[in-house]
Design a binder for this molecule. Structure first.
Ligand code: GDD
Length: 428
């Protein structure tokens, strides 16, 4: 039997996702109409013999997370549990800390998935690859290719082209190493814990050494020893040992670091719905709004038939969209109200926000190649050389935009009531 672990991180991790992560833990932010994590869970639940999905992170379990887990368990008919780390233990430390829970029931293998990626999740293909290519008990990293500049923001892999063994692994190198990057999706078996255990023991010894030589206060000792990074501490050492292999996928993949990359990820998932969930895609119907390209509309949204939506638009629960409204490349979160003839382009409109009549809310996408829906993007940095870079516009929750103003390339923090136009600003 198989299991899957999803690394969901914690509140300090989603900072590039602000102001949206103030309202909802980043892994629950809706992408293409459903919480980001649901795409992972759905993919895991489809793998034959998958018995359990464990979410590991350091969020305080709240009502929203608990409700999401209960609903997902019912919908996908699989056990899903949240295991909370006592502190951020890193990408390897969390799975090591909860190793007993992972190996209980005797899974022969388990997947580990970063929560902040968007992917077609070729998990079955990774299993077949492991059987055909890897040595018995080898570990598999899902890889994809990136251009030279992009690659340095990721884990970089040098492979043996014949066997696909990972010969060399460098996490976010400062100079070019390889165009094969780590997608943050792995197939392991319980042997991985021996390797993590070796690092843990070494960390513990170093810690005791520091303590007895009075080099450091023993505060946070266990935490320090248990904080282990899969990438730098494990993969770098396993490379070239005949244990670690890379399965390169041609299917779509992207990181979801910033709010801007959520719009991009939404586009990729909406496109995938043609094969996986055609029922989630809106179509042009008599008496309905004009739909162009891929659009998701929650059934509770109330949309005027003269509105025009798409491509790449997701409309959340209870959203109201008035006459003549135009929305393109945007995510509209639940309860938002888009009044008559307003225009929303390349933006995220926060929960319960209102956009007045004839107002224009617009961002500039930093997508390198808008014609290629599969082009990867770097996670956007808001500032470069101290200047605000072209960016999507984000309205936090419960923001009010008056009629007939323009909000361009700006970020508006929650509960703001604006009274004029803004351009290239963060409105606190
Ligand atoms: N449970 C838990 N505990 N999860 C964590 C922790 C932790 O202490 N730290 C990070 N994570 C989760 C994050 O929520 C995210 O889903 C994932 O682990 C990776 O997070 P980062 O540490 O921010 O790494 P990264 O995204 O910059 O890079 C990683 O992912 C890339 C692919 O998206 C690396 O694995 C790269 O090599 C890889 O290319």
């Amino acid at each position: 039997m198989l299991k899957a672990v999803i690394l969901i991180g914690g509140p300090q991790k989603g900072t590039r996702f602000r102001p949206l992560s103030f309202e909802v833990p980043k892994p629950l932010f809706p992408v293409a109409g459903v919480p980001m994590l649901q795409h992972h869970i759905e993919a895991c639940a489809k793998v034959p013999n998958m018995k359990e999905i464990l979410l590991i992170g350091f969020y305080q379990p709240n009502e929203e997370l608990t409700r999401f887990l209960l609903n997902a368990q019912q919908e996908f008919k699989i056990s899903i549990r949240y295991l909370q780390e006592y502190a951020a233990l890193g990408t390897g430390g969390g799975i090591y800390h909860f190793r007993d829970q992972i190996v209980s029931g005797g899974p022969e293998a388990f997947f580990v998935l970063n929560a902040d990626v968007c992917s077609a999740f070729p998990l079955k293909e990774m299993l077949s690859f492991q059987k055909e290519h890897g040595e018995p008990n080898s570990f598999v990293i899902l890889g994809t290719t990136a251009n030279r500049k992009q690659s340095m923001n990721y884990g970089c892999i040098v492979e043996n082209e014949q066997t696909n063994e990972v010969l060399h692994y460098v996490e976010k190198p400062s100079t070019f190493v390889s165009d094969i990057i780590n997608c943050g999706i792995y197939l392991f078996n319980p042997d991985i814990f021996q390797h993590i255990g070796t690092v843990f023991q070494k960390n513990q010894q170093d810690m005791l050494l520091d303590y007895f030589s009075c080099r450091e206060e023993p505060t946070n000792g266990w935490h320090r020893a248990e904080a282990i990074r899969l990438e730098q501490d494990i993969f770098t050492a396993l490379a070239g040992q005949g244990k670690l292999y890379v399965y390169k996928t041609l299917s779509f993949w992207s990181q979801i670091k910033s709010a801007g990359s959520a719009i991009y990820a939404s586009r990729l998932y909406l496109n995938q719905y043609h094969t996986t969930h055609p029922e989630r895609l809106a179509s042009n119907m008599e008496g309905g709004p004009k739909i162009s390209g891929n659009v998701y509309i929650h059934p509770t949204a109330n949309i005027d038939p003269t509105a025009m939506l798409g491509p790449n638009v997701s409309i959340g629960t209870g959203v109201t969209i008035g006459a003549g409204v135009r929305v393109r490349e945007s995510i509209i979160l639940h309860g938002a109200n888009l009044q008559d003839h307003c225009c929303v382009l390349n933006s995220i409109v926060g929960w319960d926000s209102t956009i007045g009549k004839w107002a224009r809310v617009e961002g500039t996408p930093s997508d390198p190649n808008p014609n290629d829906p599969y082009a990867k993007i770097d996670s956007e940095t808001l500032f470069r050389d101290g200047k605000l870079t072209p960016s999507i516009t984000i309205l936090g929750c419960n923001v009010t935009i008056p009629s007939e103003v323009i909000i361009l390339n700006s970020i508006v923090l929650p509960h703001k009531d604006l009274n004029r136009s803004f351009k290239n600003q963060i409105i606190l």
